[in-house]
Design a protein around this ligand. Structure first.
Ligand code: ARG
Length: 304
């Protein structure tokens, strides 16, 4: 049986009919090396107790509307808590990450084993090329296209591999600011065809691609201070957006569009360059993930 038949045969096998995410307990989380600008000055400066409390609040916020699977943390892999970097999932197949930095490469076999044991078809990057999973690859809310980042961690040549795995349109976006080193730190497709993004994190050509695909009334550009609070690093399930604390102005804009904004302080994880979305990997299909979208209520209490 050819690999593609195998994929087809197993498509959906690892699927779920409720929004489902993968998380990792933060008990071994700490900042003990520097692989992005956020980690500078923060080595051994995170509080294990505070990180556990913040992650618990995130876990309980997300479990209100989604199921959460857990992967065991591993000694020597403190960034494993950022499960968004494990890989990218669609139709029972995972494109497994190949980390750019040696510091994180030890996570690969643990994530690979978890996916294999959980019934996913595991695809490895050709020639061990850097690809950092959902950190750098985000499906449009309806699954119609894949937005893929490159320029800092993920190599652009892996985008073709992603296109071949799922036969989906892939739009490459170049990241130009080392503080926004993963696409999910500066770009977030949202339920209903909106997108929250930090324009300065992209080169001009990439910005044009975003602004061509999203009409002006669907674009939610964020300013420097919200971008630096990782506002774009949001977990979106239907009308709900879970994210680190943001400005009243931005939460007001999102609520006016009918979103229910749930803010969870995640300062301990910002010290490693991550927030809500980095701590979570989507396992359910996009339609399942957003299926509950219609049942939520906007700020005025009217159903939307
Ligand atoms: N310290 C981690 C790194 O630099 C943080 C990863 C954040 N994850 C994300 N999906 N943006 O790799």
């Amino acid at each position: 049986m050819s690999p593609i038949d195998l994929v087809r045969q197993r498509e959906g096998e690892a699927g779920t009919d409720v929004p489902t995410f993968l998380m990792c307990s933060p008990e071994l989380y700490e900042v003990n090396y520097i692989i992005n600008p956020w980690m500078e000055g923060n080595v051994r400066r995170s509080s294990t107790r505070e990180a556990a409390a913040q992650r618990e609040r995130l876990y309980s916020a997300i479990s209100q509307f989604a199921r959460i699977e857990l992967v065991e943390p591993q000694p020597g892999s403190p960034d494993m808590v950022f499960t968004a970097n494990a890989g990218l999932v669609r139709r029972g197949v995972v494109a497994l990450s190949r980390f750019s930095h040696a510091e994180r490469q030890g996570e690969e076999p643990h994530f690979g084993k978890w996916f294999g044991d959980s019934g996913f078809v595991v695809r490895q990057t050709p020639q061990a090329t850097p690809f950092e999973g959902e950190g750098d690859a985000l499906f449009e809310w309806d699954g119609s296209r894949l937005w893929a980042g490159h320029g800092v961690r993920t190599r652009q040549c892996t985008h073709q591999w992603l296109r071949e795995i799922w036969g989906v349109e892939v739009i490459s976006l170049r990241l130009v600011d080392p503080r926004f080193y993963h696409l999910d730190t500066c770009f977030c497709p949202l339920f209903g065809g909106y997108a929250m993004y930090f324009p300065k994190a992209f080169d001009a050509e990439s910005l044009t691609k975003i602004e061509t695909r999203y009409p002006a009334d669907k674009r939610i550009p964020v300013g420097d201070s919200d971008a630096l609070r990782f506002a774009c690093n949001s977990v979106n399930v239907g009308r709900v957006i879970v994210l680190n604390e943001i400005s009243v102005e931005l939460s007001g804009r999102l609520e006016a569009l009918g979103f229910c904004v749930v803010q969870v302080p995640l300062t301990e994880f910002l010290k490693a360059g991550g927030a809500a979305k980095c701590l979570v990997l989507r396992l359910s299909e996009m339609d399942v993930t957003h299926a509950a979208g219609g049942v939520f209520f906007n700020a005025t209490g009217n159903s939307v």
